[in-house]
Design a protein around this ligand. Structure first.
Ligand code: PEP
Ligand code: MN
Length: 322
């Protein structure tokens, strides 16, 4: 952290800031310029709120130097993380492709879609068992039954890894042994107790970006998982809320190169939830890969008009094949 003093700050005010910094455990490095005195605060005391310094008399500006996400950030881990999940790779040279229905609806539905997407090259099978729906009256997912169906289908198809969302820490035990990647949905990105609980399992976590979250908030959410010991985190950009209403969300493709510079974690993109309609997904999937995404997650349904959730954004199996 660097503190820039006002040109008219008194020596007393400078000393007051220096003393406060030292009392918090910082080493202070002072440089006296022609107009400005700059105090370099060296150290990393916990729980510091920079605003407290902004309010001191004589302080002009407080600048942050190091990022607060030590485990997710690149500074201490410059090389890309490559995750190996049941033989599938995430973060290396390959582009991972996760595909499947929004929700698992029945054995037949899942079997039809899973065979088709894995046959077309999907490297992970996705399917919702616990669904975060806007309406409490909408289909909420089949729960544990869906987890069993996902595992059975995935095993029948050569053991592809399974991705499924949990909304509540109480759902984690049912996932153990069935789900290979736990998804934390956009609505739960800042559910800190859920993040910590997922961090205590060794199961890789797919962390979707919250619909109104900044990149720093998203990386801090990853930090929550990692600080509990689980380093297997995958970030997923899935569109953010903007003033634009033509698409369900606005896919923030610019986040990909920005996040990849800040973190060593794999970054994937979900064009399905970003666009919200199947006729706009393929170009954005291509754009995401061109922008440097390590993978994609897309929804596919063989009968989307009768899907129990997100039918309009489900790709038809033949569209997924392209
Ligand atoms: C989903 O993947 O089906 C889902 C609900 O995603 P999101 O949390 O991105 O809305
Ligand atoms: Mn969905």
């Amino acid at each position: 952290m660097m503190i820039v003093m006002h040109p008219h700050a008194t020596e007393e005010q400078v000393q007051h800031v220096c003393e406060k910094l030292r009392s918090l455990g910082f080493d202070v490095h002072r440089s006296n310029g022609r107009n400005y005195t700059v105090l370099g605060a060296i150290g990393d005391p916990k729980g510091l709120d920079r605003r407290q310094f902004e309010l001191f008399e004589g302080v002009k500006e407080v600048l942050k130097i190091s990022e607060p996400y030590k485990l997710a950030g690149r500074s201490l881990h410059p090389q890309d993380s490559v995750l190996q999940i049941r033989g599938a790779q995430l973060g290396g040279s390959d582009v991972a492709v996760m595909a499947g229905p929004c929700s698992v609806e029945s054995r037949e539905q899942l079997q039809t879609i899973a065979r088709s997407v894995v046959g077309s090259g999907a490297t992970f099978l996705r399917g919702g068992a616990y669904k975060p729906r806007t309406s409490p009256y909408a289909f909420q997912g089949l729960g544990e039954e869906a987890l069993d169906l996902l595992r059975t289908q995935a095993d029948a198809l050569g053991g592809v890894p399974v991705v499924s969302e949990v909304m509540d820490a109480r759902q984690i035990p049912a996932c153990v042994g069935k789900v290979d990647v736990i998804q934390i949905g956009a609505r739960n990105m800042q559910n800190f107790s859920l993040l910590k609980e997922c961090g205590r399992t060794g199961i890789p976590v797919l962390l979707k970006r919250g619909m109104s979250s900044t990149i720093e908030e998203w990386l801090m959410a990853a930090e929550y998982v990692m600080s509990e010991g689980n380093k297997n985190v995958i970030l997923c950009e899935r569109g953010i809320r903007t003033f634009e209403t033509a698409t369900r969300n606005t896919l923030d493709l610019s986040a990909i190169p920005v996040v990849k510079e800040k973190t060593h974690l794999p970054v994937i993109v979900d064009p399905s939830h970003a666009m919200g309609r199947r006729d706009k997904i393929l170009p954005m999937a291509r754009a995401a890969v061109a922008a440097g995404a390590d993978g994609l997650i897309v929804e596919v349904h063989h009968d989307p008009d009768n899907a129990l959730s997100d039918g309009p954004q489900a790709l038809l199996p033949e569209m997924f094949q392209v």
